[in-house]
Design a protein around this ligand. Structure first.
Ligand code: ATP
Ligand code: MG
Length: 500
């Protein structure tokens, strides 16, 4: 067995009020893909930030090629060939691909930067990973997947021997994920060591050679991937068996509360019709890019529509903005929660109660600090949001826990219609079960829920009815979900062959 190129020994990291890592160890070999898994807030991202010099550990050591090394700042990590790409690529959107790749280590002839050479080299790097966009393209105009390729090219330009991917596929479609997988595999075969963090078991079992589990700031163990299966991993991650993953429900649909008729927005979707009844959970599925998010954004007033009707509780509505639709009783959990759903410097409590405070001020009522706390504490407990207390700033929470705060905010707003766009993306398995349970409870209380999701098991197990979208159209409605196969949904989701 090859000696590890990297060893992290007994790493401890303490934030005010939180021990994020408690004596965690890890080792990495050249030419392997090593996954790190664990629940939201387990310490995965913090561990990576210690390795890349973003955070200084309070204890433990980092040993690279057999020699101890102090990662005093991110530059030291880069000099030693350690590079990280994140879910939200931290690039410069207004600059070109070549500029993004070589910024900070430009080619120089005397005092001048040679962008001609940079473009040439960038082209070579892009070719080597099979990226088919130009080095002159502006990064802001690329898709998330392409932006990640830019990050990978950047890492390669710095001769990265250790490449870290923290939830790289969370925002990608299936096809894009597969492209990323094949890049990762070919880099591994060239001897690059890859650390992969993901909540998707497909990623872990499809890609990793070994897998390390963290639980609650502790190291639990490391396994060869063929030594473990999904249920064993879950057991290690959660510490116990999850019994009722999908809640038992007996739906009692009431009156129709939402009806969308022939809604169209040029260039995005056309003639979309569907309906939603009180107490129902309706799935809206399809491939990423089918227009699902665009439809709900249009109906909630985030964007708008050109023609068609939105009828809420019998009345036609055209909402100006999401505040307007929220006041009308529709809560939207947006897909991009970091950008649209949270005020990062604010406390958990202020974030959760924001929509209610809005309602109170409109009605010239006043909400006491105590009520605010009671409501937030209840949500924090229900969704198992990991934080010292509800006064903690949302920005310091782990990615998954930030998502739970946005979900809590929607729930606290006591909307009659709730639209959830990919509610469990980036959320760990135990919290997924908690979210399903809450959805079931809300539906039982008569709330109508529309759930956009690309995860087949979730769509099939949670929905009373399912609509499938493809290329901006609703292609199918399934009412008999119990006897449905995944294949039937996939067929309806596939772009239709057009006869010319
Ligand atoms: N800058 C910070 N200040 C205070 N606490 C922090 C900070 N960064 C992380 N934490 C806390 O450290 C713990 C571990 O967070 P971390 O982001 O490492 O989790 P994670 O395993 O990456 O979770 P996820 O799967 O949700 O991304 C959490 O309790 C988090 O709130
Ligand atoms: Mg994280």
């Amino acid at each position: 067995m090859a000696a590890p190129i990297l060893e992290m020994k007994h790493i401890t990291k303490i934030f005010p009020g939180v021990k994020a890592l408690d004596g965690v160890s890890f080792d990495l070999r050249a030419g392997e893909i090593h996954a790190i898994v664990g629940e939201n807030g387990a310490g995965k991202s913090t561990f990576i930030k210690v390795l890349t010099g973003v955070h200084q550990p309070d204890g433990g050591e980092i040993i690279l090629d057999g020699k101890p090394l102090v990662m005093a700042n991110p530059n030291i990590a880069i000099q030693h060939g350690i590079a990280a790409i994140y879910q939200h690529a931290a690039s410069y959107p207004d600059m070109s691909v070549a500029e993004n790749i070589f910024i900070g280590h430009e080619f120089r002839t005397g005092p001048f930067i040679s962008w001609v050479k940079a473009r040439k080299e960038a082209q070579k790097l892009l070719d080597s990973i099979g990226a088919n966009f130009s080095p002159n393209a502006s990064v802001g105009a690329l898709s998330v997947a392409q932006q990640q390729m830019v990050e990978i090219a950047k890492a390669l330009s710095q001769n990265a021997r250790i490449l870290i991917m923290d939830e790289p596929t969370a925002a990608l479609s299936k096809k894009e994920s597969e492209e990323l997988y094949s890049i990762a595999r070919s880099l591994r075969d060239k001897g690059v060591a890859i650390i992969l963090i993901s909540h998707r078991f497909e990623d872990i079992f499809g890609l990793a050679d070994r897998c390390t589990v963290f639980r609650d700031a502790h190291y639990i163990g490391t396994w060869d991937i063929d030594e473990v299966d999904e249920s064993l991993l879950v057991h290690h991650m959660v510490g116990h068996v999850i019994e009722h993953y999908y809640p038992e429900r007996t739906p009692h649909p009431g009156d129709e509360v939402l009806r969308v008729e022939k809604l169209s927005r040029t260039g995005y979707f056309r003639d979309v019709s569907f309906s939603l009844r009180a107490g129902e959970i309706v799935g809206l599925t399809g491939l990423v890019g089918a227009g699902r998010t665009e439809v709900v954004e249009a109906l909630c007033g985030v964007t708008g529509f050109d023609s068609g009707k939105v009828i809420v509780e019998g009345r036609e509505q055209k909402y100006k903005d999401p505040k307007d639709s929220m006041a009308g009783g529709i809560g939207l959990l947006p897909e991009d929660r970091q950008k649209q759903g949270l005020l990062l410097p604010w406390s958990i409590s202020k974030n959760i109660t924001l929509p209610i405070i809005d309602k109170c001020t409109r009605a010239r009522l006043f909400m006491s600090g105590k009520a605010e706390k009671t409501i937030s504490n209840k949500e924090k407990e229900q969704l198992a949001i990991k934080a010292p207390d509800v006064e903690t700033a949302a920005g310091t929470l782990s990615g998954g826990n930030q998502q739970k705060v946005v979900i809590a905010k929607q729930l606290a707003a006591s909307s009659r219609i709730i639209i959830l766009d990919e509610p469990t993306k980036g959320v760990d398995i135990g919290s997924k079960a908690a979210i399903y349970e809450l959805m079931a409870e809300l539906a039982a209380q008569g709330v109508a829920i529309l759930m956009i999701s690309s995860e087949m098991p979730e769509v099939m197990n949670m929905s009373d009815r399912i609509y499938v979208m493809s290329e901006g159209h609703v292609t199918k409605e399934f009412t008999d979900v119990k006897n449905l196969t995944q294949q039937q949904i996939l067929e309806a989701a596939m772009p239709q062959e057009r006869t010319a």
